[in-house]
Design a protein around this ligand. Structure first.
Ligand SMILES: C[S@@+](CC[C@H](N)C(=O)[O-])C[C@H]1O[C@@H](n2cnc3c(N)ncnc32)[C@H](O)[C@@H]1O
Length: 353
């Protein structure tokens, strides 16, 4: 289940990042196999990531009981977990009954260059998992399941639950490692003076853009709990070119930029809220400014949205077609100038009208 389709990335405008490993014998070969073993595999990977087993195996194979003592787990149950995961090529069993890392399990280490640890902590986490578990209800009623379970909308919940917000923000930050090379290759940021990343999370995308574009200044804008970690991301030679602003894009967006980016933000919201966000951005942007949406486009010929659409359904957002984007942009005083494919997403370049 966890070998991601090639058309998705980790961030919430994409999906899981790519892996380059060979298909294991137990990987699903038909869509029905996503139910079994996928339903269990996702939680098994989540548990192993949470227990930091890959890190504990970094120095070599260890027995389940040695791992359990250090991870704070039950030895017999941990052995069952790792045996099960080894059937997917995640960890392997040594001849003496110990467990070892494999190329796939190594990706559950936070230090791995293609780490999937934050995704493994986030996607099967209770606050997302339970909502997906009510997909049937969302399809039946058309309403997001998340607020029915957690009593408030997704981002209000994160604002009130810092531990889950940290899991979410870290997963978004990790996703930028997968999406930013294609974005930087597809778009010329050097023609701008100051970029404002609205809903820019912990600042990972802004860091990549500013690192690649000498002289460009940047403003990171997101909810206070999201930008709280940004000081550790926007560091070194970028720091003097950066401003970090906490607030809500339903109230205002920092003025002063000539490029406003909304990456993976608009799809989190229904049309009414999406238009509100675009309107506050419209108030901040100058007449010659540029708005860049980075999103999935449902009717994109070569980048189908896939199951991300359903994640958005249960949390209360939606993926959109080009025509849908045109409608909400027009309602907020923007028009599309051009669309540019970039990896798993599409850049929608807009101007104020
Ligand atoms: C799906 S994440 C995308 C983050 C980042 N742009 C990326 O692509 O990785 C959506 C972002 O919107 C932010 N957000 C949600 N509600 C917000 C609000 N009212 N004001 C500002 N930012 C908000 C979240 O904190 C989160 O960082």
């Amino acid at each position: 289940m966890f070998r991601a389709p090639r058309n998705v990335d980790l961030s919430l405008e994409g999906g899981l990042g790519p892996t380059t490993h060979a298909r294991s014998a137990n990987m699903p070969t038909s869509p029905m196999e996503y139910i079994w073993p996928g339903i269990v595999a996702a939680q098994a990977i989540h548990a192993a990531a949470k227990l930091r087993i890959a890190e504990l195996l970094a120095s070599g194979p260890r027995s389940a009981s040695a791992l359990a003592a250090e991870a704070g787990a039950d030895a017999s149950a941990l052995e069952r977990l790792l045996r099960a995961l080894s059937t997917f090529g995640i960890f392997s069993l040594t001849p003496d009954g110990s467990f070892a890392n494999t190329p796939l399990s190594e990706q559950l280490s936070s230090g791995h260059p293609q780490s999937q640890r934050d995704a493994a902590l986030f996607l099967p986490a209770a606050f997302l998992w339970r909502s997906v578990g009510e997909l049937y209800e969302s399809v039946r009623t058309g309403e997001p399941a998340f607020p029915l379970i957690f009593g408030k909308p997704f981002f209000e919940y994160l604002a009130a639950n810092p531990q889950d917000a940290a899991v979410f923000n870290a997963a978004m930050t990790q996703g930028i490692a997968y999406t930013s090379p294609a974005l930087l290759a597809a778009y010329d940021f050097s023609r701008f003076r100051c970029v404002v990343d609205v809903g820019g999370g912990e600042g990972a995308l802004l860091r990549e853009i500013l690192s690649a574009t000498p002289g460009l200044e940047g403003i990171l804008f997101d909810m206070p709990q999201a930008v709280a970690q940004a000081g550790g991301v926007l560091t070194d030679n970028i720091a003097p070119r950066c401003r970090i602003v906490g607030g809500s894009f339903f109230e205002s967006v920092p003025a002063g930029g000539d490029l406003y980016i909304l990456k993976g933000v608009i799809h989190d919201w229904p049309d009414e809220d999406a238009v509100k966000i675009l309107r506050t951005t419209r108030r901040a942007i100058g007449p010659a400014g540029t708005l860049l949406l980075i999103e999935n486009v449902v009717d994109s010929a070569d980048r189908p949205v896939g199951v991300m659409e359903l994640l958005m359904l249960v949390i209360g957002g939606r993926e959109r077609s080009t025509a849908d984007f045109r409608t909400i942009l027009a309602a907020a005083g923007f028009e599309i100038v051009r669309t540019i494919p970039a990896g798993w997403s599409t850049l929608i370049e807009c101007r104020p009208v």
